[in-house]
Write a protein that binds this ligand. Structure first.
Ligand code: PEP
Ligand code: MN
Length: 341
């Protein structure tokens, strides 16, 4: 249930409704918009079904929510969420560019990459230290050592760091070093992990599972929001289809659909979607054109030597060329690129 307060409702009126609801035994989440406050009721709605809320002063309307998510919905919060991470922004009108290697390999690789992507216009640094690999014989990531290299590269360039946390036990150590906690596609429905990152202060980048629907992605985000963490970035990274020309199929329509349904920022990962470096720039431009709030792309100083995902990684000249194209298209679609230094 969502309770929309009138424009100009007083704090006392809002508090009175919250008190009434909490006394009845439900949890209330508040969204303070530019014009009005919206209250989201979470819990057993039966407990409040009989309350004459519409008659309370300051209440405009009471709406049932038939979708399985509420706090991440546009009904609950009309204005788009904008997340600021140490000076880098994700959310309109900014188009965020998160760049870096698939995996952290060495300190030199991270510093070299961070310096390059930053001067080319990237606003965040990515790199996996804990890697979810299909084969147990593939490189599994450097773990905490990798996190240290990421942090060094971040200190060197000022770029905030996005890195994956694969399980609850890693949250503490990853939070020590990283600015944004990434939940990978394979963990999108690891509900216990979602609940735990929902209790954290750090923003969460939630990737869509490759066999999950848009509604399942939003419902997964709701698990995080329900814990109190509303700094969530959604990521379309390609889904499984019958098509074999690309590693996955980028679901480009997911972006405008999610933007309609949710106030959360949505970014695109063209690297994992395509699995081919030559498609990363065109898909990034497509993402920008359909309203995505950014891209996360794999960049490696020497893709041929990468320990993971070399074929889909951009080398430095190709990343720079893509940034030039993004910079040209961005103003045409009302977007700005931040942190160009
Ligand atoms: C990644 O971004 O490093 C990654 C493993 O992506 P995904 O979870 O989308 O496969
Ligand atoms: Mn990868």
């Amino acid at each position: 249930m969502i309770i929309v307060m009138r424009e100009g409702a007083t704090q006392e009126q809002i508090d009175a409704v919250i008190e009434r609801l909490t006394k009845a035994g439900v949890e209330v989440h508040t969204s303070v918009g530019r014009y009005r406050t919206v209250l989201g009721v979470v819990g057993d709605e039966e407990l409040v079904a009989g309350l004459p809320l519409e008659a309370m002063p300051g209440v405009e309307k009471v709406m049932p929510v038939l979708k399985p998510y509420k706090l991440v919905s546009r009904e609950f919060q009309h204005e788009s969420t904008v997340i600021d991470v140490r000076g880098s922004t994700i959310g309109p009108p900014v188009f965020a560019v998160i760049a870096g290697p698939c995996s952290v390999e060495t300190e030199e690789q991270m510093i070299e990459t961070a310096r390059f992507v930053k001067q080319a216009g990237a606003t965040f640094l990515r790199g996996g230290a804990f890697k979810p690999r299909t084969s147990p014989y593939s490189f599994q990531g450097l773990g905490e050592e990798g996190l240290r290299y990421l942090k060094r590269a971040s200190e060197e360039t000022g770029l905030p760091v996005v890195t994956e946390v694969m399980e609850i036990r890693q949250i503490e150590v990853v939070s020590e070093y990283a600015d944004v906690l990434q939940i990978g596609a394979r963990n999108m429905q690891n509900f216990n992990l979602l609940l735990e990152v929902g209790k954290q202060e750090k923003p969460v980048l939630l990737k869509r599972g490759f066999s999950n629907t848009i509604e399942e992605l939003l419902t997964a985000a709701e698990y995080i929001a329900r814990g109190g963490n509303r700094k969530i970035v959604l990521c379309e990274r390609g889904i499984r289809t019958f098509e074999t020309a690309t590693r996955n199929t980028l679901d480009i329509s997911a972006i405008p659909i999610i933007k309609q349904l949710s106030h959360l920022p949505v970014i695109v990962d063209p690297s994992h979607a395509a699995g081919r470096a030559d498609l990363v720039a065109p898909l990034s431009l497509a993402a920008l054109a359909v309203g995505a709030d950014g891209v996360i792309v794999e960049v490696h100083p020497r893709p041929a030597e990468a320990l993971c995902d070399g074929p889909q990684s951009l080398d430095f000249p190709h990343f720079e060329a893509m940034m030039t194209e993004i910079r040209e298209l961005a103003p045409v679609v009302g977007r700005v690129l931040a942190r160009k230094e």
